[in-house]
Design a binder for this molecule. Structure first.
Ligand SMILES: [Zn+2]
Length: 480
């Protein structure tokens, strides 16, 4: 099943291949075998009325962790606390948290990475609930807003040094803090970081302990897509006015300027430069897996002779692929031609995916699953309404392909039947079509050799029915 190549990881030195359960855990938490990370891990949840430690249920919960949680919870529940995002996170109990050693020390760096990998694994699906990981630190004593900001970036820089050994930067955001699309990334997932500490000038950023709040970026994009983001922002501004008589000057829109300037909470001037930089690992760049977040998509170019690997990191997740000739957008991936020439509806190793003009586009050169669909179109808003009587907005592969391919001048009517990698579609004797649970296990992959220069769109499918009810990410890389 391809575990010899350690899917999802770009560095396999920590993998213990002897024990399958540990090995699987290493795929999503490579620090689970790091003794320091495990020792200082503090992953906690608030369930019913008590703080629990789900990873170590038999260990008594540290009193300081309980105190730290209760104090923060009371502060946010207080009348003068302005941030409604934080208020709803606490009300919905959609958060995990921990209390760690001093901010930016090595033990804290490893433990927070460890716990964020657990967090990413526990919340692969983003729904309407806001989901957040709150890392509180026992020290040091914060002297000023600048002091906290320096420590915040030291911590994030050191976390990235570890993370970049294992995961690629989230493809949906930029890794350059000067870029307007910048967001911090860990475990392959973009996170908007909010710093809080005792010396903060804004009420919303004040906390007893130095604190970093990691918010999954996907949830802001979802709020924005549903038109709820503006409303939330207006309410926060009104509450800030009421509580503090002014609005935080750093409350800006994602995309208008780099969000890096908002992380520490200090009001910075226009010529502020972010101390953070990403590791450029040129030797592994082309081998690195890029992660497509659940219910999203991306586009990229591939050159003739290169190999596209599409990998299912958690299992049972479909990925829709569509492609155009880079130099002729009237030449596109054709299900009809491909099925006709293969004389089969199930295509696998050695089969060719053809274009509408009968030119070969891809050859499948490796396939650890052997069951994919090439009959159905990408899921779409209309499909959810017609087939499932869905009301209201639903994320879809069609929308994600369209949004991703737009930058190449592709429009909706040009997107036809996708090659639905890992999708389990069965046809019975009477011709009845049934969608089943994908056969793919964690780490399964398909390698497709490009037979021409192409523009491709690729998704992590948004349809409940195709993915056994859980939305997971998809990883891919371009080899050669
Ligand atoms: Zn889909």
């Amino acid at each position: 099943m391809g575990f010899d190549m350690q899917p999802n990881l770009v560095n396999s030195r920590l993998i213990d291949v002897g024990d399958p359960i540990r090995r699987d855990k290493c795929l999503w938490n490579p620090l689970s075998v790091d003794p320091v990370a495990s020792q200082f891990s503090s992953y906690a949840a608030f369930q019913d009325t008590a703080v629990v430690r789900p990873l170590v249920p038999n260990v008594p919960v540290d009193a300081e962790l309980i105190n730290a949680h209760d104090q923060l919870s009371q502060q946010i529940a207080g009348d003068s606390y302005p941030c409604t995002g934080a208020i709803s996170v606490f009300a919905q109990k959609g958060y995990r948290f921990g209390l760690f050693p001093e901010l930016a020390c090595d033990n804290a760096v490893r433990a927070v990475c460890h716990d964020l990998y657990e967090f990413c694994h526990e919340f692969p699906i983003i729904d309407d609930q806001l989901t957040t990981f709150i890392a509180m630190f026992r020290g040091p004593a914060i002297e000023s807003e600048q002091h906290f900001e320096d420590l915040l970036w030291d911590q994030l820089q050191a976390m990235h040094a570890i993370d970049s050994d294992f995961f690629a930067w989230d493809k949906s955001v930029d890794s350059d803090p000067k870029n307007n699309k910048f967001s911090f990334s860990i475990g392959g997932r973009a996170m908007f970081v909010i710093g809080m500490h005792p010396k903060a000038s804004r009420l919303a950023r004040t906390a007893r302990y130095p604190t970093l709040v990691f918010n999954l970026h996907e949830q802001f994009e979802r709020l924005r897509a549903r038109g709820k983001f503006e409303t939330m922002k207006q309410i926060i501004r009104a509450r800030e006015m009421e509580a503090q008589g002014s609005i935080n000057p750093m409350l800006k829109n994602f995309g208008d300027s780099s969000e890096a300037s908002q992380y520490s909470g200090r009001a910075v001037s226009g010529n502020w430069t972010c101390p953070f930089h990403t590791h450029k690992k040129d030797d592994v760049t082309t081998q690195q897996l890029t992660r497509i977040a659940p219910q999203s998509g991306c586009s990229f170019k591939i050159k003739r002779g290169q190999v596209l690997r599409v990998l299912d990191p958690l299992g049972e997740q479909v990925s829709d692929l569509f492609a155009f000739d880079e130099h002729d957008h009237d030449c596109w991936l054709s299900s009809g031609r491909s099925v006709d020439y293969a004389s089969r509806i199930y295509l696998t190793t050695n089969d060719i995916l053809y274009a509408n003009n009968s030119k070969p586009m891809f050859t499948i050169i490796q396939d650890t699953v052997g069951l994919h669909d090439f009959l159905l179109t990408p899921c779409s808003q209309e499909m959810f309404e017609i087939l499932h009587r869905h009301k209201g907005y639903h994320p879809s592969c069609f929308e994600n392909l369209l949004n991703s391919l737009k930058e190449y001048g592709i429009s909706g009517h040009q997107i036809s039947t996708t090659f639905n990698i890992f999708m389990n579609v069965k046809v019975d004797q009477q011709g009845k079509v049934m969608v089943g649970v994908p056969m793919s296990k964690p780490g399964d992959y398909v390698d497709l050799r490009a037979e021409m220069d192409m523009i491709c769109g690729l998704t992590a499918c948004s349809a409940e029915g195709s993915n056994n009810g859980r939305f997971k990410p998809i990883d891919f890389s371009i080899l050669g």
